[in-house]
Design a protein around this ligand. Structure first.
Ligand code: NAD
Length: 495
């Protein structure tokens, strides 16, 4: 790893100015399809973060006082610019993250939908009122912004996850500091440039790059009111504990292990299509990846056979060079080696291998082939732990009840899907499963911007989820105003 080479240094955005750091340490940004270094990320310091907090604090009074429809004007212009640039951003995502072009389009589109949602901020911020709550007393509620908010995002959705956070926070009247994943900082930079072009005042949106030092500074800085975090569970828990201990409001999405359960009466072709997309889309690097497969009864054997045929036909390759690729690489060599080791360890524990993704891996880039293992049991690490790669583990519960019992032993609680044509089975599953996002014949039941992203258990720490009206509640606090207008007194004054 040559950090002294002259790679493009990714700039930080502080108080409306783009700053290129020349000192300190740097991390590499790779094109995961080729393994080439394409840029370097400055690993910011607590001082960089403090400067961003000062800029965001200075911008807060004017931005928070701007009427909500005027703030929405900026978001409408941002929406327009994003729509024009969507394809270019998707291309950038294929280069720095390795997604296929279709997956990258989905990444930016899902973020775009949050901007559309945030355009309705004036309506979303409306409160409640009750006149004559008590004798001559009226009550109203109003929602006010918190101040300076911060977001810390993972590598796997370079556009969507930061956009779960900053458009809504800013629409609510807050100012914002984003610390994108150091592995994929380029998309975040482009998103911020476009927000500036849309007319966002200086200091309302800031970017500080880096790793643990910046994250710790965000969690402890007295000038920050709220933190949105998305990443792995142990860092989510850490950020939640440190941030709340320092008096901040924190919402922290973590990792997951999501089950796809196929009932004997399921429509096999549409189930296979959805399972393949859920397990191997984004090379399995989704917090909603359907990484556990349960076939009930006689459907298990044909399911496995049909799935392995589809898996063998998936075209893996360089997503930055071709649009005709079904599955791209994983993010870096660390992830690649970790995933390969997980497969080795599962085999040591006695699972069977149906499709072996360790074979025929291209020399360049960070690839792992689609992998299907069977005879997995609920007590195995491969069932309990997030692999975050294209590895699908198959289990064979005897009944729907046993499947729900196994599923509920997972420490996580993001998503679970049932494939069935039986409404009663779908209902039993939806009601019995202890996780926050349920799919009925939907492979990846990730809610769109109108709904909260509802992880449970170790998949989420906090009270109010990202997105939707819960997102608006998270980025504002409520005030209740009670007013007494005494008619008798006013009459006595002769008014
Ligand atoms: P990660 O936890 O390694 O990193 C997330 C963020 O935390 C990054 O910005 C990183 O710089 C920072 N970070 C990393 N190590 C840190 C440390 N020791 N101290 C402080 N900060 C640290 O996650 P990742 O590998 O970038 O992303 C993949 C993970 O994110 C998976 O577990 C996936 O399931 C999860 N994820 C969850 C959701 C959700 O909504 N629940 C969505 C997307 C991804």
């Amino acid at each position: 790893m040559d950090l002294t080479a002259d790679y493009e240094t990714v700039p930080m955005l502080i108080g409306g100015k783009w700053i290129s750091k020349t000192d300190g340490s740097f991390g590499n940004v790779y094109n995961p399809s080729t393994g080439e270094i394409i840029a370097r990320t400055p690993m910011g310091t607590a001082l960089d973060l403090d400067q961003a907090v000062q800029a965001a604090s200075a911008a807060f009074p004017a931005w928070s006082q701007l009427p909500a429809p005027k703030r929405a004007d900026v978001l409408f212009r941002y929406r327009y610019l994003l729509e024009k640039e969507m394809e270019a951003i998707a291309r950038l995502i294929t280069i720095e993250n390795g997604k296929t072009i279709e997956e990258a389009r989905g990444d930016i589109r899902r973020g775009f939908e949050v901007v559309e949602f945030a355009c309705g901020i004036a309506q979303l911020l409306k409160g409640e009122n009750l006149s004559q709550l008590a004798s001559q007393i009226d009550g109203i509620t109003m929602r006010e912004p918190l101040g300076v908010c911060a977001g810390i995002s993972p590598f796997n959705f370079p556009a969507m996850v930061p956009m779960w956070m900053f458009p809504l926070a800013i629409a609510c009247g807050n100012t914002f500091i984003l610390k994108p994943s150091e592995k994929v900082p380029l998309t975040a930079v482009r998103l911020a440039e476009m927000f500036q072009e849309a007319g966002l005042p200086d200091g309302v949106f800031n970017i500080v790059h880096g790793g643990k030092e910046v994250v710790d500074a965000i969690c402890t800085h007295p000038g920050i009111s709220a933190i949105s975090f998305v990443g792995s569970s142990h860092i989510a828990k850490y950020v939640y504990s440190l941030g709340t201990a320092h008096g901040k409001r924190v919402q922290a999405g973590g990792g997951a292990k999501n089950v796809q359960l196929v009932m004997p009466d399921a429509d096999p072709e549409s189930a296979i299509r959805a399972i393949t997309g859920a397990a191997f889309g984004c090379a399995g690097q989704r917090c909603m990846a359907g990484s556990l497969l349960m076939g009930i009864g006689e459907i298990a054997v044909p399911l496995k056979e049909r799935l392995s045929i589809v898996m063998n036909s998936l075209k893996m390759g360089d997503t930055s060079a071709s649009d005709n690729i079904d599955m791209g690489p994983v993010i870096d060599d660390l992830a690649q080696n970790r995933i390969l080791k997980c497969i080795d360890q599962a085999i040591e524990k006695g699972v069977g291998v149906v499709c072996d993704g360790r074979n025929n891996i291209p020399e360049k880039g960070f690839f792992v082939g689609p992998t299907l293992i069977e005879q997995v049991l609920p007590e195995m690490p491969v069932f309990q732990e997030e692999i975050f790669g294209p590895v699908l583990s198959m289990l064979s519960p005897k009944s729907l009840e046993e499947a729900i019992d196994w599923l509920n032993r997972l420490p996580f609680g993001n998503g679970a899907t049932i494939y069935t044509t039986n409404g009663a089975a779908a209902r039993q599953f939806s009601q019995g499963v202890k996780c926050g996002m349920i799919g009925v014949n939907v492979g990846v039941p990730a809610p769109m911007a109108l709904f909260p992203f509802s992880g449970w258990n170790d998949s989420f720490y906090g009270d109010l989820h990202l997105q939707g009206t819960e997102g608006v509640m998270f980025f504002t606090r409520q005030k209740v105003v009670l007013s007494r207008w005494d008619n008798n007194y006013q009459r006595s004054q002769g008014w």
